[in-house]
Design a protein around this ligand. Structure first.
Ligand code: GYE
Length: 342
């Protein structure tokens, strides 16, 4: 005869063993399915490994969508997508995994410019072409990647400076002291570096432009707000905010309003932003953001065209720049906002 306690403990044991078995089988099943899908696609589709740097901004979401919309099965691709959550080490890991899976192409948006030599050499040794998206890498051997698809960030920074020149002239303020603060994006990223250089080039021609401070705010709204709060406490007389992306701008505007100041056309502080995502363009149309320097995240089509050319053995350029605009209240219409996908 079994005691009641024995029966219960045996039952628990059996149940536990059954769960364990299910987990092992389930796990094998899932890995098998994934591998099988990949292997069968591999033969007739172009396998692309994409290492996206994160999901820090509205711009990034649009950029990711653009890539995912183009590298589809219907278009003849098999996409392996990885989000690195702002960490270079995660990107390196993802690229190594693409190499070991022997993808046909690696596309990646480098979070910062430096530190890529080793992993890019590994890709080259494996014979896998690398295409840069959005940002650049700082390597001496430029043949470590085939081409780049992205924006001219220095030009974007200069556009911001040229707009400010014109606006101050229009307002008769071109001889007055103008106090400027700059919210910079991720330290060491191409978009941060380029936009900073471009704006400084124009600023260096104006001795009355007084850059009070420049600080990194990581391209996020939360950090933009936090850094702006500090700026406002230290400097009661800020005239212009240059914010290197729309997300930081949203946070900065909140901080400015909390401090009891007004923004935009006719306000206390002029707002210059970058990206021109639709939420920001609404604010341009409402006169809250004075100018938005567009950065075009629709890079998927360009990337697939480049891959097509490479597949056909055609020569590709070193760099492809996407088309971009400058938006103010004068050229932003509701129709335009509705037409755009970001
Ligand atoms: O401006 C910002 C994003 O590198 C162009 O990164 C990109 C920038 C973009 O986080 O919103």
């Amino acid at each position: 005869m079994f005691k009641k306690g024995d029966v219960i403990s045996k039952l628990i044991l059996v149940l536990f063993a059954a769960i364990l078995l299910l987990m092992v089988l389930g796990g094998r099943l899932f890995t098998d399915i994934e591998e099988e899908a990949y292997e069968s696609e591999e033969t007739d589709r172009i396998v692309v490994g994409v290492s996206q740097l994160g999901s820090e901004s509205g711009w990034r979401t649009a950029n990711t969508e653009s890539v995912q919309n183009v590298f589809t099965k219907d278009n003849g691709y098999f996409l392996l997508f990885n989000n690195a959550r702002q960490k270079q080490e995660n990107q390196i890991k993802a690229i190594r995994s693409f190499i070991s899976q022997r993808v046909d192409y690696i596309v990646f948006a480098p979070v910062v410019e430096t530190g890529w030599e080793t992993v890019l050499q590994e890709a080259r040794e494996a014979g896998i072409p690398v295409i840069l998206m959005d940002r650049q890498v700082d390597v001496t051997d430029k043949s470590l990647y085939v081409t780049c698809v992205g924006s001219d960030f220095v030009e974007e920074g200069e556009r911001a400076g040229r707009w400010l020149e014109k606006d101050l002239r229009k307002r008769g303020m071109d001889k007055e002291t103008v106090n400027i603060v700059v919210l910079k994006g991720t330290e060491g990223s191409s978009s941060q570096i380029g936009r900073t250089i471009g704006f400084s080039v124009v600023a260096s021609n104006h001795s009355n432009w007084n850059i009070l401070e420049q600080e990194y705010a990581d391209f996020t709204s939360a950090k933009g707000r936090e850094v702006m709060e500090v700026f406002l406490k230290k400097h009661p007389d800020i005239d212009v905010v240059i914010s290197q992306n729309d997300d930081m701008t949203f946070g900065a505007i909140e901080a400015i309003r909390d401090a009891g100041k007004t923004v935009g056309i006719g306000g206390d502080i002029t707002i210059i932003s970058f990206d021109a995502v639709n939420t920001a363009l609404e604010m341009v149309a409402d006169g809250i953001i004075n100018v938005d320097i567009e950065c075009n995240p629709n890079q998927g089509e360009y990337l697939s065209r480049v891959i097509e050319m490479l597949e056909n053995g055609e020569k590709v350029e070193n760099q492809y720049y996407v088309e971009e605009n400058v938006f103010t209240i004068e050229n932003v219409t509701r129709e335009l906002i509705e037409e755009r996908n970001y």
